[in-house]
Design a protein around this ligand. Structure first.
Ligand code: SF4
Ligand code: SF4
Length: 66
């Protein structure tokens, strides 16, 4: 059963993200994915925990209201 959607979710600035992959293993629900073209955050899976935000070396991740 899918849990209730988080009140806040992470979003990525694709202009800043260099697809280094550092944030992927930091995400507890594995909501961050790299595909061939871009970083993708699954808004349904993201819990808004913020663990990915500070470690991004280029400041490409931020939190927004869902
Ligand atoms: S850590 Fe930052 S630059 Fe690296 S893949 Fe994640 S969002 Fe992109
Ligand atoms: S805020 Fe938490 S759950 Fe959402 S993408 Fe970042 S690490 Fe994953």
């Amino acid at each position: 059963m899918r849990s209730a959607r988080a009140a806040e979710v992470a979003v990525v600035s694709l202009d800043r993200c260099d697809r280094c992959g550092l944030c992927l293993p930091l995400c507890p629900p594995a909501a961050i994915h790299l595909d061939l073209a871009a970083l993708v955050i699954d808004r349904q899976a993201c819990t808004g925990c913020r663990k990915c935000i500070a470690p991004c070396p280029v400041g490409a991740l931020s939190i927004v209201h869902a």
